[in-house]
Every structure is written in C-alpha cells, then in structure tokens.
Design a protein around this ligand. Structure first.
Ligand SMILES: *Cc1c(COP(=O)(O)O)cnc(C)c1O
Length: 440
C-alpha cells in the first residue's frame, strides 16, 4: 500500500497537501510517508510471526536518519554495506548488535570500525575477506561474528544489474564450496561462525525464486548448524513492489481510502508461505534484509514542469526540474516510475504520449518515454511515484546540482528531514591554487 492519494483534486501524502509542501520547500523535493513505512514493516513482521526472526532493513535503499529512526523504533535491525551506513544507523538510534554487514569489498578500516561497534555479523563474500577479518579481529583481540554468503545459483529474473543469485554474479561463494570455506573458517582463531546468508536479487515479484533458493540452501544450513553451531540463516531481501499503480481519488479522508494500487504481484503472505515451511524445521533464527519493499512506495519525488517542447518530428517533451542526478533508476536500469500531476486531471482529460526528461546534459536523463500523460502546463507540479527506494541514496551532484531536500510526513504533519543543499555546499572542501596560497 501507500499513502499518496488525491483529495479534493489535490495530491496528498497522508494528510499533507503536496503542492503546499512544494511551495514552501521548493522542488525537486522528496516526500516520504511514515504510515507506509511502518505499515510495511509491521505487515512483514506479522507474516513471519511463526518464525524466530529479525528484519534487517537494507539501509542502502533509503538511509535518511529519520527513516532509520522510524525503523529503529519498530525494533528493526539493519543490513549495512559500509562504515558510513553503520555510522548513520548508530546516529539514528539503531543498535549495532542488530546490524549485519554485507558487501564484497569491505576495507580494513570498515572491518575495524564494525568490530569496535559490536555488530551482529559480517556477511562474508570471499575467502580473502574472511582472512582479512580474522587478521583485523586478531589485532583487536576479538572474535569476529561471521556468516558466509552463499550463492544458490537461482535465476530471480528482472534486470541483469539487479540479479545477484546466479553463479556468474560477483556475490557470495558457490553452494558446492560452502562446506570447504566453513571448514577453513572454523580453524581461524578470531572468527566465530554465526550464520549463513543469501540474497538472490532485487525487485522479485514472484514467490518461486525465493522458494527455490531457500530449498537449495536449507539443507546446507541444517548441516552448518549441526557441525558449527550456527545460529541464523539470512534469506536476504529482494521483495518486489508495484511501480505501476493508478492513483485513486475520492472525497474520503486519506486514512479511510482503499490502498490506491493494483494488487501487488507478490504479497508478504505469499512470500511467507513460500519460505516459512522450509525454514521452520531448521530451528535457526531467520534474518531478512528487505530494502525496496519497506520504503519504495513510501516516497515520491516532486518536480516542477520547466518547459514543454515539441521536436521537429512531433515528439513531445516535458522538461522537469528533477534530473537523473536526483533519481537515476530509469537511466541506470530502466526503472519505471509513474508520473502524475499533483493537481488531479479531469477523468476525461485527453492523454498523449510524451517523454518526461530532466535538465542534465545526458540523453539518459529521462523519467518516462512515450508515456501517455494528461495535459501538463509550464510551472505545474508532477510527482514521480514510488521513489522512496534507491532514489535519494543514489543522488549525486552531477552537473553541479545541489541535492534535493527530503520531507517526512505523518498524518497532517510534515518535517524537513534533510535540508536542500546550497551552492556553497557544492564547493565545500575544494580549493584552488589561489585558496591554498591565501591559506599559508
Ligand atoms: C541490496 C541488498 C538488499 C536489499 O535489496 P532490496 O531489493 O532492496 O530488498 C538486501 N541484502 C543485500 C545483501 C543487498 O545487497
């Protein structure tokens, strides 16, 4: 579900009028819904009630401190991929002992920082990494908690850039080699084997790949529990969301409206049904690492139509003030975002195909191509829907564009949770030769 709906012809996030937010805070502007995030967390948590489990939210999807704080209050754990993300989690009130550390390229400094903070587990992706963790832990006179990421060689479908569970991907260690690596790890004096982990990809919208991967790894997990006393099996993230949803309008208050989207292709209940039966008999603690599912539909990116333009060939362009530097999913992996006017179009408004593009000097800087859209005017606001995951976290200063502001709404309250960058922010830390001389 999500909490963005038309009310009396105007788009709202929960009870907050988005046009008013844009008027106060400018565009491009990310807006997140508290209700959607907590609802998604609670629904997943409830679907897994039959299992001893810990949800470790994948911070890379949306790492704003306010979002992390919300989830920490729900008692979520966190899946991090860098020292920076761990720093954020701690700063937001999350507990290091509920953090798993993923990623193929952890540095010595990151390993040391995570060890000192006392994380739950390093999810190790190679033998070389295992050796470095053992060495660093030895220097600190500690034992590092470790799980090995195994690669179940399951095709999860989707774009090739977000598929991770095939043997040709860079992630994890092949299932056939897992026992060998555990045997080696068990001999390392500063390693403590705590679990096994997998993550087969992202934006997976059917239960089959999850079920197949769990079926492949569960017997190995049972053996590892018997032989090494591992305590947990992390089944990773990857739960997909609905990007193509049609907004509903109504006179009802936002909190009483039906969820304004088509039935998701994979519900949390279906997901749980696919994996719980194979997991329950293991007697292991089950960890999950959802990112997109938790926050994807909880955010929109508000943008203003700057110009309308028609090419010589009659192609229509809607040029907006958000760019690929603000939201790179369409450019990076053909990610889809619904584009809706913030002022509700008449039901019978004519639709015509247009490309919605940003101001960045790249042909890849588009949000929609040949999209059937109602008439849009210069100066009008549009919302790029489902931009809560892998939106702001992938933003950059490309073209020297300041990073957008972020707002979190809750009921009828709206709070700025990140200020818009200023032009001075853009050059912070930089020096010309002249500056260097002046400083001497
Ligand atoms: C990115 C990632 C996730 C989260 O993926 P989503 O598709 O956002 O759920 C979970 N685990 C690992 C190891 C990841 O790299």
């Amino acid at each position: 579900m999500h909490s963005f709906h038309y009310y009396e012809g105007r788009l709202r996030g929960e009870g907050v009028d988005l046009a008013e937010l844009a008027a106060v805070h400018g565009t491009p502007l990310y807006v997140y819904s508290t209700q959607t995030i907590t609802d998604h967390y609670r629904r997943l948590d409830a679907a897994l009630a039959g299992l001893d489990h810990l949800i470790c939210y994948a911070v890379k999807a949306n790492s704003n401190l306010a979002v992390l704080d919300l989830l920490a209050r729900e008692r979520s754990g966190f899946d991090i991929v860098s020292a920076g993300e761990l720093f954020r989690v701690i700063h937001a009130g999350g507990k290091p002992e509920c953090c798993t550390f993923a990623g193929v390229g952890k540095t010595r400094d990151e390993i040391e920082y995570a060890l000192r903070q006392g994380i739950l587990s390093f999810n190790v992706e190679s033998e070389a990494e295992l050796e470095l963790i053992n060495t660093v832990a030895g220097e600190l006179n500690r034992r590092a908690p470790v799980a090995l990421r195994v690669n179940p060689d399951v095709d999860a479908g989707g774009h090739k850039y977000i598929s991770t569970g095939k043997s040709e991907n860079k992630f994890g260690v092949g299932l056939d080699r897992a026992r060998e690596v555990y045997a080696a790890a068990a001999k390392m004096p500063h390693i403590r084997l705590r679990g096994v982990q997998m993550h087969i990809g992202s934006q997976i919208t059917e239960a089959g790949p999850f079920a197949r991967a769990v079926a492949k790894v569960a017997p190995v997990a049972a053996e590892l529990k018997r032989d090494y006393g591992i305590e947990f099996f992390s089944v990773g993230g990857g739960l997909g969301i609905v990007y193509q949803s049609s907004l509903q309008s109504g006179q009802e208050a936002w909190w009483r409206q039906e969820p304004a989207e088509a039935a998701p292709s994979l519900t949390v209940e279906q997901y749980a049904d696919a994996i719980v039966p194979a997991l329950q008999p293991l007697g292991l603690r089950i960890l999950l690492e959802p990112g997109r599912f938790m926050v994807g539909n909880a955010g929109v990116l508000l943008s203003t139509v700057q110009y309308l333009k028609t090419s010589d060939h009659g192609k229509r362009f809607v040029i907006v003030d958000a760019g690929m530097n603000d939201l790179i999913r369409p450019a990076l992996y053909q990610g889809y975002h619904e584009v809706v006017p913030v002022r509700e179009p008449a039901p019978d408004a004519p639709r015509a195909a247009a490309d919605v593009v940003g101001p960045v000097c790249e042909s890849g800087d588009f949000f929609a191509q040949a999209r059937e859209l109602p008439p849009l005017r210069q100066g009008e606001l549009v919302a790029l829907m489902s931009a809560g995951a892998y939106g702001f976290t992938m933003a950059s200063n490309y073209n020297s564009r300041p990073l957008a502001a972020e707002v979190l709404v809750s009921g009828s309250d709206a709070r700025v949770v990140r200020e818009r960058q200023t032009l001075n922010d853009l050059i912070r830390g930089e020096r010309t030769a002249r500056d260097a001389e002046a400083a001497v």
